[in-house]
Design a protein around this ligand. Structure first.
Ligand code: CMP
Ligand code: MG
Length: 397
């Protein structure tokens, strides 16, 4: 294989370009000549296809991050133009999320088909295959609906008050996504949030959430000032949930800066809620966390204790607040283990000098117990469920 430039290579007749099972780092477009795509099973070559000028190969492993699905060999002297992984993925990333999903579904189908050709007996059973196709189709359907709903502005932000357990005053709120479907009514977030987070829609929808929350924050602060509560307004914090993908997206920091400027919002009035899962990106996440802190945004760790969580990360993360998940608070009195978890999280937060917000406070007893353990803030039905902006503003009066 000879390199003509960093974009073009020449491969002599009969040479192997890559083998099945290898990791792929680039794809190729054929400029001249032809290649053979084949599998080898029990020493026997099974040809899959012959590709010629203008065709691309080696793209599958880049798109679905699996190993090379087949081997490719030059049938003649060939000249290939190299498409690197970043180039290809950037373009794919910019396409519509439904097209992305479609691509994945088709690749899965092609891999399955290749496998069927060489060893029908080892191929997935018909029922498994059709179940997989059904799942993929179902996911595609939900994704499509979510995408359409977003375009039709059927999403709204609701706000749940965050209350000081000491003064009982509302000190902030959490922005929560709701889908108000004209067809099905209000749809619970657990049905669609995962779909959004697993798709590229998370970036535009996430950005819309930040912007809407900022616009509404301004309205809330103005209402507080109108009620003579300047101090409360100055200290009011809007908590915005940020998904892992969104948090480490290259545009995230500039987007949030730009939006704060545009809407005249102070970073000190914004709290970013992230989950422990952002730490899967390791040092990148720490870097973004630090940059957020430097800009004056507070950071709280959501769903603490429910994730893959590891304490070793927690000490490294530049954060301000720990949120105790509602699942622990709900069982605090009925399950000794939940009580132990709540107590340890509080102990840990104190040791790390973090504030604590307890979610899911439903009764006076929950509140008393948490307050006695040293929890400063709470959220839950005892105070209010999440309500639309209009109702939230009324509560401030
Ligand atoms: P990749 O999986 O990266 O590496 C092997 C390549 O062979 C694959 O990408 C496709 O470009 C190509 N390929 C796999 N299966 C077929 C097929 N059935 N017909 C044509 N090309 C294929
Ligand atoms: Mg949250």
């Amino acid at each position: 294989m000879s390199v003509i430039s960093n974009q073009t290579i020449e491969v002599a007749k009969d040479s192997l370009i890559f083998s099945e099972g290898e990791a792929g780092d680039c794809a190729y477009v054929i400029e001249t000549g032809r290649v053979l795509v084949y599998l080898t099973r029990e020493g026997v070559e099974v040809p899959l296809s012959i590709l010629g000028v203008g065709e691309i190969f080696g793209e599958m492993s880049l798109i679905d991050s699996q190993n090379r699905s087949a081997s490719v060999r030059a049938l003649e002297d060939v000249r290939l133009s190299v498409v690197n992984k970043e180039q290809l993925l950037r373009r794919i990333y910019e396409t519509d999320s439904v097209v992305q999903l479609l691509m994945k579904v088709l690749l899965k189908r092609l891999r399955l088909n290749n496998e069927n050709q060489v060893s029908p007996q080892r191929a997935l059973s018909a029922t498994t295959a059709s179940r997989e196709a059904g799942e993929a189709l179902n996911q595609l359907k939900i994704e499509n609906e979510v995408h359409e709903a977003f375009q039709k502005r059927e999403f709204a932000l609701f706000y749940q008050p965050i209350v000081s357990l000491e003064s009982k005053k509302v000190v902030g709120c959490e922005a929560l996504l709701r889908w108000l479907s004209p067809e099905h009514g209000m749809i619970a977030p657990d049905i669609f949030v995962d779909v959004i987070e697993a798709s590229a829609m998370v970036i535009p929808i996430g950005k819309w959430i930040i912007e809407q929350a900022m616009i509404d924050l301004k309205k809330i602060q103005n209402e507080l000032i109108a009620c003579g509560e300047q101090d409360v307004s100055d200290a009011f914090q809007m908590s915005i949930n940020i998904s892992g993908q969104q948090f480490v997206h290259p545009q995230f920091l500039s987007d949030i800066d730009e939006l704060s400027r545009q809407h005249g919002v102070f970073s000190s009035n914004i709290k970013l809620e992230v989950t422990e899962r952002i730490m899967l990106d390791g040092s990148l996440a720490i870097d973004v966390l630090e940059q957020c802190r430097n800009r004056g945004y507070s950071i709280s760790i959501d769903d603490f204790g429910t994730g893959f969580s590891s304490l070793q990360y927690l000490a490294k993360m530049p954060i301000d607040v720990l949120k105790i998940d509602r699942s622990f608070v709900a069982k605090m009195f009925s399950e000794e283990k939940s009580h132990a978890v709540v107590k340890s999280v509080i102990y840990l937060a104190h040791a790390l000098k973090l504030n604590i917000i307890a979610e899911g406070i439903e009764t006076e007893a929950d509140m008393q117990a948490l307050k006695e353990l040293g929890v400063q803030y709470g959220q839950g039905f005892l105070f209010s469920k999440a309500v639309n902006l209009g109702e939230f503003l009324k509560k401030l009066k």
